[in-house]
Design a protein around this ligand. Structure first.
Ligand code: AMP
Ligand code: MG
Length: 514
């Protein structure tokens, strides 16, 4: 769901039942697919559900009554203790490459899809409980989630939505009153996740690995109907599906790169067919710019380092193309022709990614027209930022002030270990800005709409998760959520959220927490 969907488009005409009873109005389509696509089972009840938060604006966009969700019966549903009317709980089957190694069966090991609701935009969205108990796909896991990772996903996914990045959303979080055993005993929680769908590259791999071409075809038809309806009218619909997923992933990854976002676990089971960011594990936003940056404690080889993300995405898309081969053969006439088609589709990724990234960089630099040398100018800044560990987010934000006038330079210079490295670049940038017609203030205003002031900085995230997990104090979580929900606005009094961690506050590693 993109932020334009999340803006207050909720029709005020939506009326909720007077008694605030919980009505989802499920219109389930996945449950109509064959039984081997999933396992039907209800969430496992928990001891003492307690509401942490309901995302009221998102609820209204989904035509759900936020008061009903926050009521005692609503919380029972969000915790998995009661099955809502019309829900058909399922754990979805999927496979996936994890850090390059293929696992033929993963699946929802700790999640239940409750069903789909139709939002104000007319689109179907999945309502899923994550951390809702064991399923046939749990393998050795306990089926549960700890409060910390649930709140991290809540904050970061909502921040991404506010930043304009396609992403799954967080509708609610509840604590369970139970402990989950990780390195320590931690408070348990359930996240209610909203997604355009939970189809992943790994879902296609599940059927491909079983030689189930009929399953692959049905899944492809389903993905087309749900996410790429225009592909149904193409001469080769499955090729068009592959092209569509590649195009959306190219856009998505370019947005991550333009914001300094590191997903951390870009496995094929965490690569969504709809083009949304999904599965917020050890994700983080970079502070000091370093293309080789890795946060995840389990990513030893740097496979999913910031600078490797485009390559990782393309690798995942190649796995999708492989999984689709049997249906591409039906379209192309022969295996050889299908392989050629798949390879041709994949070659589109890099140019599409580059076009999106360079257009984004131009916008970030206030260059609204296109000139030779723009890409080199942007690249030169990034290299100087890297050499000087300049804070990624603040450098671009303060460039907005510098774009309005040279008095803004001072704020940017101080972010560079050697301030002269900025000066040298800024001279060339100012020369280039002379080719733009917008006046300085107008340019700065437009730039502030693409260069956020507020991202969920890791030390604030950690502090919020810590207070919640250790002291049941949710104030920092609420405060941080509020800050990152309006990332582009200057807001007096919130300056401390905009600056990088002091050395002693730095978060060096993040953990999946699963
Ligand atoms: P993730 O790292 O969250 O993308 O999960 C990878 C796979 O492990 C998925 O199949 C999950 O359902 C499964 N999984 C993760 N944590 C647990 C858990 N605590 N219990 C059962 N399955 C889990
Ligand atoms: Mg996953």
């Amino acid at each position: 769901m993109s932020p334009s969907d999340a803006s207050p488009i909720a029709s005020p005409a939506t009326s909720y039942p007077e008694d605030h009873s919980v009505r989802f109005g499920f219109e389930n389509t996945y449950a109509r697919l064959p039984e081997h696509f999933y396992a039907r089972l209800d969430p496992t009840p928990v001891v003492a559900p307690r509401l942490v938060k309901v995302n009221r604006e998102l609820a209204r966009n989904l035509r759900l009554d936020p008061d009903a969700l926050a009521s005692a019966p609503g919380v029972e549903i969000l915790a998995g203790n009661r099955v809502a009317e019309g829900a058909e709980p399922l754990a979805l089957a999927y496979a996936g490459h994890q850090f390059g190694y293929f696992v033929p069966q993963l699946g929802d090991g700790r999640a239940n899809l409750l069903g789909e609701v139709v939002a104000c935009d007319g689109v179907h969205y999945d309502i899923q409980l994550k951390g809702s108990g064991r399923t046939p796909f749990s393998r050795g896991g306990d089926g549960r989630a700890a409060l910390g990772p649930v709140l991290r996903e809540y904050i970061v996914s909502e921040a991404m939505a506010a930043l304009g990045v396609p992403t799954t959303r967080a509708l609610a979080a509840v604590t369970t009153g139970e402990r989950v055993l990780r390195d320590a005993a931690l408070p348990g929680a359930v996240l209610t996740r909203v997604a355009a769908s939970h189809l992943r590259v790994g879902t296609f791999q599940y059927f491909a690995a079983r030689g189930d071409t009929e399953g692959t075809r049905m899944l492809a038809d389903y993905a087309i109907a749900r996410h790429y309806p225009e592909a149904a009218h193409a001469k080769h619909p499955y090729r068009a599906l592959l092209d569509g997923v590649i195009a959306r992933q190219a856009q998505l990854i370019s947005q991550w790169m333009l914001l300094g976002f590191i997903h951390g676990v870009m496995n094929t089971d965490n690569t969504s067919i709809s083009g949304e960011t999904i599965d917020y594990g050890p994700c983080a936003f970079m502070e000091g710019f370093a293309p080789s940056k890795v946060f995840s404690s389990i990513d030893h080889g740097g496979r999913y380092a910031y600078g490797n993300q485009p390559r990782a995405a393309l690798w995942n898309l190649a796995r999708l193309a492989e999984a689709l081969l049997p249906v591409l053969v039906q379209e192309a006439g022969s295996e050889e022709a299908a392989v050629a088609v798949a390879n041709e589709a994949l070659t589109a990724f890099e140019p599409q990614f580059e076009v999106a990234r360079s257009a984004g960089l131009r916008r970030k630099l206030g260059l609204f027209t296109e000139h030779d040398g723009d890409a080199a100018l942007a690249q030169e800044l990034l290299e100087r930022m890297a050499a000087n560990r300049a804070d990624f987010t603040l450098t671009f934000r303060r460039l907005c002030d510098a774009a309005a006038g040279t008095e803004g330079d001072a704020g940017v210079r101080t972010l560079f270990a050697d301030p002269g490295a900025y000066d040298g670049w800024a001279a060339g940038w100012r020369g280039r800005l002379e080719k733009e017609s917008a006046d300085g203030q107008a340019r700065a205003a437009v730039m502030r709409r693409v260069n956020p002031l507020f991202i969920p900085r890791n030390h604030h995230v950690e502090a919020a998760l810590d207070a919640a997990s250790k002291r049941q104090d949710f104030q920092l979580f609420e405060d941080l959520f509020e800050v990152v929900s309006r990332p582009f606005e200057d807001r007096p009094g919130l300056e401390r959220y905009a600056v990088p961690a002091r050395p002693e506050e730095c978060v060096l590693q993040t953990f999946c927490g699963t």
